[in-house]
Write a protein that binds this ligand. Structure first.
Ligand code: CA
Ligand code: CA
Length: 511
């Protein structure tokens, strides 16, 4: 178990100053934990960077068009996980899963606008585990769920117990430009395809301000190297609205944007729920609008990548890189027309897969690729192990440290992603298991459809083999493996924790 080094004060609060000066000035005479990792005695820092709604349209993932020189440069320093998957392809459930180290069936968070303190209030979150080890834990931008763009500039659905400091900049994209943004549903930006090539430069945008803030915090952390940090930076792009400075759009000529072909034929072998994330408004898309949307999505990625670059530069410039573990990932993937789908909430590869790079000094060689399937749920046990303290009881992921040391290690060998669908009879679940070769999906335990894809032959998941007699044995084996994996996602009670309907008042650990 963790040694709780920071205890509530008699007046009922943690050390929780809201200004950085206050935080860094806090005199703490508590003993250091025993650092198992750093040979020179300096505990490693963590820089946790997460992008929102970013799929694997990233240069180092061999995307033919998208330029991400800064994320690529991080991959050169670390291990790039080629088959990394979210546990639920929606912001709130995925982020609560990452930050609790629990599957959504155990965090109880299956929708947006909720926080695990409403279900399992005493659970120790990932950043909180670092706070308990006397780390400075800070958040800049989106880590837990936010309504984007409406809640940009606020704490969103945040967990105050996770951080000593929160910074919530809001840039021109939120404060000035919304009247100029094109949307498939005019005036709607968060859940609707919408975009804008802004005439304003990087540093006036929210993500540019996030990078500014990260530099500012890192400068102060660098002056206090006796106190390690866990700094989480959550960029908003490429989440809708795809707003980025105009020069980034010019890198992606509209006429060269690729459109998915053959959808009508492809969807004939799919159960209805596989396409359940389809939105009526997507029928308004013409080929020209599809190309515009893809151009704007790609432009937003390259813009976000440039901000990642500024944060990585600051780490180098301040002499922090050698002792800082850097994670870069996204909360889930994203469709750009595959199977006729856009955005998230499907169980296909594009929606479930995420980029994941971990650059951990003194652990393995840089520029390597791990191809065994892993999940975002594995980040929590990985980071606590890398920093040399014990994992809290009950975490459901595996540590990726053996894979970081030797990317050929198979680890668990699969990743599980789930989603919900509303039907007339109530909520049903879809679960999908990704192994190195196969994707196998069951809707309502197979009662409402199955899918099987062979990624060796069919990386675009075009041929559903679930009903193919030649694959009956494969289906039987994968179904048993899926059932075992799903069974392990529940808490000991076997029941998904219920979300308290009470309005949750900000509080460190209790609702
Ligand atoms: Ca998201
Ligand atoms: Ca098909």
């Amino acid at each position: 178990m963790l040694r709780p080094l920071v205890r509530p004060s008699p007046r009922g609060g943690f050390h929780s100053p809201r200004t950085l000066v206050g935080i860094l000035g806090t005199v703490c005479l508590l003993a250091w934990p025993a650092w198992a990792f750093a040979a020179d005695g300096a505990p490693p820092n963590v820089l946790f960077i997460i992008s929102d709604d970013l799929n694997n349209s990233v240069g180092c993932y061999d995307h033919p068009l998208v330029k991400t020189p800064n994320i690529d440069r991080l991959a050169d320093r670390g291990v790039r996980f080629d088959r990394a998957y979210c546990q639920f392809p929606l912001c709130g459930p995925s982020r609560n899963s990452v930050l609790t180290g629990l599957y959504p069936n155990s965090s109880g968070i299956l929708g947006n606008g909720q926080i695990f303190r409403q279900t399992i209030p005493s659970h120790i979150s990932l950043p909180q585990a670092f706070r308990l080890q006397r780390y400075f834990a800070g958040r800049i931008g989106k880590l837990y769920h936010y309504n984007v763009p409406t809640s940009v500039g606020t704490n969103g659905h945040d967990d105050p117990g996770s951080w000593e400091m929160e910074l919530n900049p809001a840039g021109c994209d939120r404060l000035l430009e919304e009247p100029d943004i094109f949307s498939l549903r005019p005036g709607r930006f968060g859940g609707t395809l919408s975009w804008y090539a802004s005439p304003r430069d990087d540093r006036l945008h929210t993500d540019g301000m996030l990078a500014d803030d990260a530099e500012w915090v890192l400068e102060r952390c660098a002056r206090r190297q006796d106190r390690p940090f866990f700094l989480a930076v959550g960029f908003y792009r490429p989440h809708t609205p795809y707003v980025a400075p105009k020069p980034y759009f010019e890198g992606y000529p509209k006429e060269r944007m690729p459109l998915v072909e053959g959808v009508e034929q492809d969807i004939k072998d799919l159960p209805a729920h596989a396409l359940g994330s389809h939105k009526k408004e997507h029928e308004l898309l013409t080929d020209d609008l599809r190309r515009q949307a893809i151009q704007a999505y790609f432009a937003s990625i390259t813009f976000m990548d440039a901000q990642v670059g500024r944060v990585l530069d600051a780490l180098d410039r301040l002499g922090l890189a050698a002792n800082t573990i850097v994670v870069f990932t996204s909360d889930h993937g994203y469709h750009l027309g595959e199977h006729g789908l856009w955005q998230k909430m499907s169980l296909f590869e594009e929606s479930a897969r995420v980029p994941l790079i971990i650059a951990a000094p003194r652990t393995g060689r840089g520029g390597t690729v791990a191809s065994t399937p892993v999940g975002l749920i594995d980040l929590y046990p990985t980071l606590v192990e890398l920093c040399g303290f014990d994992r809290p009881a009950g975490l459901q992921g595996q540590s990726l440290v053996p894979i970081l040391r030797d990317p050929a290690q198979p680890g668990r060998g699969w990743a599980l992603t789930q989603v919900t669908r509303q039907t007339k009879e109530g909520r049903i679940f879809g679960f999908t298991l990704r192994t190195a070769r196969w994707r196998y999906t069951e809707w309502d335990q197979g009662r409402q459809g199955r899918e099987l894809y062979d990624h060796e032959r069919d990386p675009r998941e075009q041929a559903n083999l679930a009903a193919d007699a030649a694959h009956a044995e494969q289906v039987r084996d994968l179904s048993a493996q899926l059932a075992a994996a799903v069974g392990a996602t529940y808490p000991e009670s076997g029941e998904i924790p219920e979300v308290s309907p009470r309005v949750w008042a900000p509080n460190l650990t209790q609702p």
